[in-house]
Design a protein around this ligand. Structure first.
Ligand code: PNS
Length: 168
């Protein structure tokens, strides 16, 4: 692949992917030639994760197929983010910002990542107004109590959450 091809990674836990994530992914995919969604790998259930990394990848891939986004692929990574970005040939890390409360954390992550690799730029996309309140943890909590998450996640993710809530 030629070096003029602009590749970015869009990392996260995606436990599970929400409509807010998909908004950022779709918009980032229009800016870059190729976008690699990086799902941070972890031991199942570690750090309170509901879905395994493989399950999270499957949920994202199904959502992308439904949206007809073609220049996006999804990978699990178990390294530093900047190493993952390098492995992908990416020159940018894309993050979504929902509110001021996200800024402090993302500012710190940006400084750390720049310390590790100052040739990889972090690019921040502001959440669309309708998605600025959606976070995976909130979605999981609503679903665990049997609440309606149909406006917050794609239908297949809502089904996976409901199935998981009934199982646990
Ligand atoms: O969706 P999240 O949980 O906010 O995503 C966090 C993520 C995966 C982007 C972050 O934890 C990460 O980059 N992990 C990889 C390890 C790393 O490189 N950390 C940053 C430098 S200390």
């Amino acid at each position: 692949m030629s070096s003029s091809v602009k590749i970015a990674v869009c990392p996260g836990s995606y436990d599970p992917v929400t409509n807010g994530h998909l908004d950022i992914i779709r918009r980032a995919a229009k800016i870059f030639d190729k976008l690699v969604v990086g799902v941070v790998g972890n031991a199942p259930r570690k750090a309170g994760h509901l879905f395994t990394p493989e399950e999270r990848v499957g949920l994202i891939e199904e959502a992308l197929q439904q949206n007809g986004v073609s220049n996006v692929e999804v990978q699990i990574f178990r390294t530093l983010l900047v190493e993952f970005a390098r492995d992908c040939g990416a020159t940018a890390i894309v993050k979504g910002l929902r509110a001021i409360s996200d800024f402090e954390y993302e500012f710190e992550m940006n400084q750390l990542n720049r310390q590790l690799a100052d040739d990889i730029e972090s690019v921040f996309i502001l959440a669309s107004p309708g998605y600025s309140f959606i976070r995976s943890s909130g979605v999981k909590e609503i679903a665990a109590f049997g609440g309606d998450v149909s406006e917050l996640v794609p239908p297949h993710v809502a089904s996976a959450l409901s199935e998981r809530a009934q199982r646990d």
